[in-house]
Design a protein. Structure first.
Ligand code: ASP
Length: 497
């Protein structure tokens, strides 16, 4: 036991060291840092490999331990209550902060509409695609745009898909294909005037999310790491097993054995975590350093007020709401709880994905903090996909920041709409890197803000994504402790009756 504890401490220090080393390497030797990326890929693959088996095994065993299906109602109710309260608080913190700090006031807006600007288009016979060069407009900066953007030739009504891997200078954009209004490939005239850059609109509908809860093909859902349909399946499957008598019991025992084996696998994975994390951090920072002329620090400085607002909001939510709740609501030693989940938090920071971190979260919460599998097996997988306090806070701050930059006033009712849609957008975001950036379109559309505004926050988003993912995973882990306590109390109250 003592040895186990020593290993856990050593491992934690190694992970911290790996993050620091990753930053140093990425900053000073970005090209070398990129070469370390394969270590991160191996680690990330191994984590993702475990997500599906672990979600199914841990949910089936967790549900089987509930004993009676009626208890699922109370566990589910408590879980949703916890998610709603904490996510709501985090959005309110974000809205208050962004209104006080006003990070967007005075920031020049991205220039994306240029009806007069002349352009020329040259084919790239060897590399494929073409290069659009602007002549005239000085405010345009093509390096701000990624493949999420489309360049519209206003005079020809043709759209081009921006290819950021081609060379992009401030006045030139590489375009992989040109499409007409019907989506057919076309060759545009090589000279003209008038361009606009727009974010690709991604349709998002909650009805689709609800229909998607029931998988048409279970294995396809598994292959796509699509967790919500798996949760639905595992819930029903686990519930059914409890009604089958001795036969069901045999199958449940099989899943219990599998669950233990998977957790052991995660423990082995902890050994390579420092190396994997070094690779992930070094390669990502290296990429950011190479992407922008002044390096990542210059990008952060350019956006410093916005950056600091998001970070302060996340810190307040983590240290004044979530962590104290471990002590005041779950009645546990909050620092020990935090230290036990820190490998999961650092993995969240390194991967920017709640789903990829899920195996680590389950290991830290169940094995180290001794939260029952019956609660953790339900709360953690569900939380990894729908409970995202950090993302919700960030969505609200980013949307109001964009409004401030564009000088669009938001009255109280608009802020209420932002509160509601930021919460929904966080629920709808998948637990993968930069998912929040995509669902932010919901928030912006709801209050009529320009989606192009997202271009301004792109360059530093990969870093903020890591910070918000860490808070997302913290929210899930704290939730497991609190809901476990509520469940315990509920059980002793019903025993007393
Ligand atoms: N990357 C975040 C997560 O996995 C989601 C997001 O905010 O983009 O939790």
């Amino acid at each position: 036991m003592a040895n186990k504890g020593k290993f856990a401490n050593l491992n934690l220090y190694l992970i911290l060291l790996a993050i620091v080393a990753g930053f140093i390497l990425g900053h000073y030797y970005p090209r070398t840092a990129l070469k370390f990326g394969f270590l991160g890929d191996i680690f990330l693959n191994a984590l993702f490999m475990m997500v599906v088996p672990l979600v199914v095994a841990s949910m089936v065993t967790g549900i089987a331990k509930l004993g009676h299906l009626r208890k699922l109602g109370s566990l589910g109710g408590r879980t949703i209550t916890y998610y709603m309260i904490t996510t709501g608080i985090s959005v309110i913190i974000g809205i208050i902060l962004v209104n006080i700090v006003q990070p967007g006031t005075g920031v020049p807006r991205a220039q994306d509409y240029h009806p007069q600007t002349a352009y020329t288009i040259k084919a790239r016979p060897l590399a494929g695609g073409s290069v659009l060069a602007l002549t005239g407009d000085n405010k345009f900066n093509a390096t701000d745009y990624t493949s999420r953007f489309r360049i519209h030739l206003l005079d020809q009504e043709i759209k081009g898909i921006i290819d950021p891997s081609g060379y992009t200078t401030a006045k030139e954009v590489t375009v992989s294909v040109w499409l007409d209004s019907k989506g057919k490939n076309v060759e545009p005239d090589t000279i003209g005037a008038g361009v606009e850059i727009k974010l690709k609109e991604k349709k998002f509908s909650f009805l689709d999310v609800i229909v998607g809860l029931v998988p048409k093909n279970l294995f396809k859902a598994m292959a796509n790491n699509n967790i919500l349909p798996l949760i639905v399946f595992s819930l029903i499957f686990g519930g059914i097993l409890t009604t089958l008598g001795p036969r069901g019991k045999t199958v449940i025992e099989l899943f219990e054995g599998l669950n233990e084996a998977f957790l052991k696998f995660i423990r082995l994975l902890m050994y390579i975590a420092p190396l994997g994390i070094l690779g992930l951090v070094a390669a990502r920072l290296g990429k950011a350093e190479l992407a922008s002329a002044g390096g990542f620090a210059t990008e952060v400085a350019r956006m410093s007020k916005y950056f600091i607002t998001v970070i302060i909001g996340l810190t307040i939510h983590a240290f004044l709401i979530l962590i104290p709740a471990v002590y005041f609501v779950a009645r546990r030693n909050m620092w020990r709880y935090l230290s036990n989940i820190s490998p999961a938090l650092l993995t969240a920071f390194s991967t920017a994905s709640s789903s990829a971190t899920l195996p680590m979260t389950i290991e830290c919460v169940e094995e180290k903090n001794k939260i029952s599998n019956r609660t953790a097996g339900f709360v953690l997988p569900l939380g990894a996909t729908i409970n995202m306090d950090g993302t919700a806070l960030y969505e609200a701050v980013a949307a109001i920041f964009i409004a401030q930059v564009y000088g669009i006033p938001l009255d109280f009712s608009a802020q209420v709409i932002i509160f509601l849609t930021a919460t929904l957008a966080a629920i709808g975001a998948a637990g993968i890197p930069e998912a929040g950036l995509v669902t932010m379109v919901i928030v912006l559309n709801a209050v009529g803000l320009p989606t192009e505004g997202i271009a301004m926050i792109l360059a530093i988003d990969w870093f903020l994504d890591r910070c918000r993912t860490t808070v997302n995973v913290l929210g899930d882990s704290v939730g497991a402790a609190i809901i476990d306590k509520w469940e315990e109390r509920g059980a002793s109250a019903s025993n007393n009756n």
